[in-house]
Design a protein. Structure first.
Length: 395
């Protein structure tokens, strides 16, 4: 088997069982491994550290499959990992609330680079790294074996594939895909999901619990849902008896889909308005018009994929939160999120606190929010905790 030997002292992260090895930690490569093939990681003195997938084009040069020197990386290895991931979701009783959930969450389920979401009877797969790409056909076959399903649609179209030297790839991977969009149920509400062209794999499954929370705090409130996409929060706010809901997004298609989801649940369309435009500009316009709301939801796209982009992202997060605080009525609630991996929870809280200060308002945190439990975070891989949220009340 090919080996990757690390520079002296660069094995510390592996000893803590973090699954990534960056190119700068590598001393030498012995053998001629292809992209995604398995190799052994060795310390500078030749001791076995881990078995990993090789990624020659990425700054993350290797991603660990196993720390056990006696464990081969083969079909049985992946069968066990997939079975364990599915069993964990059964233990958490996720399916009691929904027929749409994440079955495989990459590193946190021991399969770096692999995302698998289930929408009713269809699986949507993202292969984001050289290792998951190398084993993709095997993984697809195992997923059908262990779920008893027939259809897998591939959405390997995320930008990170380019960092791995991989082309973007979408389309049916197994079975006959002829039913996109399809309808899912979440917490007794229905949503149509276009898994062939929608954001990520079609729906933001990670916000499931937070959408239910918003439903519970919407009664009698005027609600502003920013970056609403297909209306996950908007539908929940209306189901929670909101007085009014204004859904804002830059995409006309997303807003049309949002209106469809409101109608699908027979919710009062008279209480719902959609507005297309740039959220930053619209929030300033609302401020200038002295508009106000009781509940504002900020769920923007990823501003900072990496820590190197955190400073620029911080300005964007601060701007929208500052404007939201200005638009809130006294006692109003701000539900604000960051899904940027480069902005951790502590930094995000500082940004929101700074926004309130510059807005000239007082506020307090009522709750800290995170991703749903079918998006687990491995203790040794804190990068898996990408979704951060705060529920703040204006004084």
């Amino acid at each position: 088997m090919p080996t990757l030997t690390l520079k002296p002292g660069r094995e510390k992260s592996l000893l803590r069982r973090h699954p990534w090895i960056f190119s700068g930690a590598v001393d030498r490569l012995d053998g001629d491994p292809g992209s995604g093939t398995t190799l052994d990681l060795l310390s500078a003195d030749g001791q076995f550290l881990a078995r990993a997938a090789y990624s020659p084009s990425s700054q993350i040069r290797a991603r660990v499959w196993t720390f056990d020197p006696s464990e081969p990386v083969d079909a049985d290895f992946f069968r066990k990992r997939i079975r364990n991931a599915i069993s964990a979701r059964d233990t958490w009783h996720v399916a009691q609330a929904t027929d749409a959930l994440r079955l495989i969450h990459a590193e946190s389920d021991g399969i770096p680079g692999l995302i698998v979401d289930r929408y009713a009877d269809t699986l949507v797969l993202q292969s984001l790294t050289a290792g998951s790409e190398y084993w993709k056909e095997t993984l697809a076959s195992l997923l059908l074996e262990l779920t008893g399903l027939q259809d897998i649609y591939e959405r390997s179209d995320a930008d990170v594939r380019e960092l791995e030297g991989l082309p973007l790839c979408t389309g049916p991977l197994r079975g006959s895909i002829n039913h996109s969009p399809l309808t899912i149920t979440e917490n007794n509400l229905k949503f149509t999901v276009n898994f062939t062209t929608g954001h990520k794999t079609g729906f933001y499954l990670d916000q499931r619990q937070n959408r239910r929370l918003v439903r519970g705090m919407s009664d009698g409130r005027d609600v502003l849902d920013c970056f609403c996409y297909t209306g996950g929060f908007s539908v929940n706010a209306l189901a929670g008896a909101a007085k009014s809901v204004l859904s804002v997004d830059s995409s006309a298609d997303a807003l049309a889909h949002c209106r469809e989801n409101v109608a699908l649940n027979s919710l009062p369309v008279s209480r719902h308005t959609t507005l297309e435009g740039d959220v930053f500009q619209l929030l300033r316009k609302f401020r200038d018009e002295a508009r106000s709301f009781d509940l504002i939801i900020l769920d923007p796209p990823k501003f900072a994929p990496t820590a190197a982009q955190a400073e620029k992202a911080a300005r964007g997060y601060k701007d929208i939160n500052l404007l939201a605080f200005k638009l809130l009525r006294p006692g109003g609630i701000l539900v604000t999120f960051s899904c940027s991996g480069g902005v951790d929870a502590a930094l995000f809280q500082k940004i929101v606190a700074s926004a309130a200060l510059d807005a000239g308002v007082g506020a307090r945190i009522l709750e800290h929010l995170e991703q749903a439990p079918d998006h687990p975070v491995a203790l040794q891989f804190p990068e898996g905790a990408y979704l951060k949220g705060l529920v703040c009340q204006k004084n």
